[in-house]
Design a protein around this ligand. Structure first.
Ligand SMILES: Nc1ncnc2c1ncn2[C@@H]1O[C@H](COP(=O)(O)OP(=O)(O)O)[C@@H](O)[C@H]1O
Ligand SMILES: [Mg+2]
Length: 223
């Protein structure tokens, strides 16, 4: 079986004037279809850097990234954008919803980018909003719903295209304890029901009860 993501000795340095910051050092991970992976480590250990590379947002300085078995080193920006839109979903700590778009429109937007027709969009968005319990809020703006509901919108938006992998960067860090538990359980349900792999950067110990892989980063290296 081909892994969705495989990194081969990935390192990343950020250049800041004369200063070079080493954010990742020789990192090897592999994620299968079944992965519900936790990425652990203190602040500054390189979690977001690794997720940005796995999400094809950033490139490693050394090493290779294989996406569904293909080395993406020579892929053009256009090809990377196509993979991102079709095969990846993103969930962030700060939700990153479009503030002037309704809950419905935020979830629909990735399907518009893929050129899905209006009738099919309506069916899929309505079903997804039902799944995450937000149908009654479809006309609300992000500011008019709670933090937990915002993260539900983000989860719905990440999964609406039926991606292969969802990348979540500290998705429960801005939520209270009960809401964080609800969000973790929702992500796990989506992982099981949709067969979507997840990699989740987190400090949240409740994640451990669900995850089937744990990666621990320290100063940019896996432990
Ligand atoms: N754009 C950047 N420019 C320079 N240094 C960065 C940049 N992004 C991250 N870093 C540095 O790389 C290291 C890892 O950061 P990050 O991946 O954000 O860690 P984490 O998500 O675990 O908190 C830190 O030392 C951070 O300061
Ligand atoms: Mg981070």
């Amino acid at each position: 079986m081909t892994n969705i993501i495989e990194t081969k000795n990935i390192s990343k340095q950020y250049e800041q004037g004369d200063l070079s910051v080493s954010a990742l050092n020789d990192v090897n991970i592999s994620l299968s279809n079944q992965a519900f992976a936790a990425l652990l480590g203190p602040s500054g250990s390189g979690k977001s850097t690794l997720l940005n590379i796995c999400g094809l947002i950033d490139k490693p300085t050394q090493g290779a990234l294989y996406f569904c078995g293909e080395n993406i080193a020579d892929a053009s920006d256009k090809e990377l954008t196509t993979i991102r839109r079709n095969k990846l979903g993103f969930i962030f700590q700060g939700f990153n919803l479009v503030p002037v778009m309704s809950v419905y429109d935020n979830v629909e937007y990735p399907l518009i980018l893929l050129g899905v027709g209006k009738k099919l969009r309506r069916e899929r968005v309505t079903a997804m909003l039902e799944t995450v319990g937000l149908l009654p809020f479809e006309k609300h703006l992000p500011d008019q719903v709670s933090g937990g509901q915002k993260q539900r919108v983000a989860i719905a938006r990440a999964l609406i295209t039926q991606p292969r992998l969802v990348i979540a960067d500290e998705p429960t860090a801005n939520l209270d304890t009960q809401t964080a538990t609800d969000i973790i359980n929702l992500m796990y349900t989506m992982h099981k029901d949709f067969g979507t792999a997840f990699i989740i950067a987190t400090h949240d110990e409740r994640m451990s009860s669900h995850c089937n892989i744990e990666y621990q980063l320290h100063d940019g290296a896996l432990q």
